[in-house]
Design a protein around this ligand. Structure first.
Ligand SMILES: O=C(O)C(=O)C[C@]1(C(=O)O)C=C[C@@H](O)C=C1
Length: 364
């Protein structure tokens, strides 16, 4: 029987040969992306060509995940191809993506999950700055949080759509794991806990049970909390893996979020409308006339045409007292004939009507 060394050598020789083929194929793929860029430039112009095509990316990811023969999981295969496409797109043109900073926030993790690591991420201090920088074209796209499964909607993001003409180009969901971190010898020695208000809320039960008497101090972001915990003796923070990697903080207690499936949904905002990908969602901003039964009448066309509404949020319109706007999500793309018919009927009943975007449902 062959020795361990001999057996490993034989398998590793096969791996080396496969790697050479993978490298050759990836290089061929990258050259195709360069060809694609030349076509886009020839037809769209050097300045106005649109390189990022989220509907195509969603189709590529869905296909490889569906075709995956194993033994790697489909999520793993999806992540690998996410990075290959990210690198190919960066050859066409590197994308600049604004996110709610600083470095190490969950929003940055969402940006990398959606665009891959070849994207250039640009941290900004507030959600309205993200909108402004995308509107002015300083960055290509922006990533903003919109709702959390434990804490509900991020009102500030919804309110920004009342003022902005940007489109929703995509969505990405991120499982949120919170960790208690800091340089203390014993959890009992912690004097203060810093974190973003949403994170403190998402860990409320754990904190009430384990550290009920330690003051909780809300700060602007989890990454800011990590920075404070690094410098203030006795303090700890609740933060995510991104900030832990940057600040090299020891974890005192891991995964302390109250809901094990705690998830945040982020939106990708940009200037371009997105064509159908085959599995899309549409977000509307609408308002009904102030008369009895008007909200029911507004929503009726969606149900009548068999469209599935997945979310409805109301927000004050900022125009008058007790005047509300509604953010409605439903399955389908506004270019699909059935959806277009439902929307033209809905529009008749609306005092305000804007399609914020039709975009591929999050794949990864
Ligand atoms: O198909 C395109 O339009 C491409 O630019 C190629 C590609 C890819 O690598 O598959 C890269 C970037 C786009 O966002 C979509 C897909």
């Amino acid at each position: 029987m062959a020795t361990e060394q001999e057996q490993l050598l034989a398998i590793r020789n096969r791996i080396d040969a496969i790697d050479r083929q993978i490298l050759d194929l990836i290089s061929q793929r990258a050259r195709c992306a360069q060809d694609v860029a030349r076509v886009k430039q020839a037809f769209g112009g050097a300045k106005d060509a649109v390189f990022y095509r989220p509907e195509r990316e969603a189709q590529v990811l869905r296909r490889v995940m569906d075709d995956n023969p194993g033994p790697l999981s489909s999520e793993e295969v999806g992540r690998l191809f996410r990075e290959i496409m990210s690198a190919c797109l960066a050859l066409e043109r590197p994308l600049r993506i604004a996110f709610l900073g600083p470095e190490g926030t969950f929003t940055q993790a969402a940006a990398f999950k959606h665009f891959g690591h070849s994207a250039i991420t640009v941290p900004l201090r507030a959600i309205d700055e993200v909108f402004r920088e995308v509107e002015s074209g300083v960055v290509d796209y922006g990533v903003v949080p919109v709702e959390n499964s434990t804490e509900g909607v991020v009102n500030h993001t919804l309110d920004m759509f009342l003022l902005s003409s940007l489109n929703i180009c995509g969505e990405v969901q991120l499982r949120i794991h919170h960790h208690l971190c800091g340089f203390v010898d014993d959890v009992k020695a912690i004097t203060r806990i810093y974190s973003h208000q949403q994170s403190l809320a998402q860990c409320r039960e754990w904190l009430d049970l384990n550290l009920p008497h330690v003051p909780r101090v809300p700060v602007a972001s989890n990454a800011e909390a990590a920075r404070i915990a690094l410098n203030e003796p006795g303090s700890a923070c609740i933060t995510g893996q991104g900030a832990i990697d940057i600040y090299q903080l020891p974890i005192l207690a891991g995964n302390i979020e109250d809901q094990p499936d705690n998830t945040t949904r982020f939106l990708i905002i940009g200037q371009q409308p997105i064509p159908p990908s085959g599995d899309d969602r549409t977000t509307l901003l609408v308002s009904s006339y102030n008369r009895p039964g008007s909200l029911q009448a507004l929503l009726a066309p969606l149900a009548e045409h068999g469209l599935t509404m997945t979310r409805i949020e109301s927000r004050p319109s900022r125009k008058g007292m007790w005047d509300y706007v509604f953010f409605i999500d439903f399955d389908g793309h506004c270019e699909e004939p059935l959806v277009a018919t439902a929307l033209s009927e809905l529009k008749q009943e609306a005092s305000l009507f804007r399609i914020l975007g039709s975009y591929p449902k999050g794949v990864l």
